[in-house]
Write a new protein. Sequence first.
Length: 140
Amino acid sequence: MSNAAQQHRTPASTTNSWATGGLVFAGVLMLVEGILGIFQGIAAIAEDDVYTRFGDYVFKFNLTGWGWIHLALGIVLFITGFGLLKESSWARGLGIGLAALSIIANFMFLPYQPIWALVLIAIGIFVIWSLSTVEPDGKI
């Protein structure tokens, strides 16, 4: 192979290895986000006093309702993150959808925990980017 051909191939392989590393990191982030969502949901279900109440907000869910939403979403995120680490074919598409759903849920949760919700929104954006940039080759 000529030197010019090797130089032409190098950026593509570097980008691919970076995206693969991002994919593993996205799986770990989904596991962590799932665990934290489970804890967030349990805290909201167990004690309404853990989070500060904000009068009449546009979204009409009480804190117990938010707790159940975060608990269910956390469990499914954890399972999907585990599937990504095991390179399951179903986990990539489901991961993109769940990350988008998590972004929406955390956007609606902004009045209760604004900084925490913004951090989880940023994680969700990275997960979507990472899962959508991996080239499909039969394996994740």
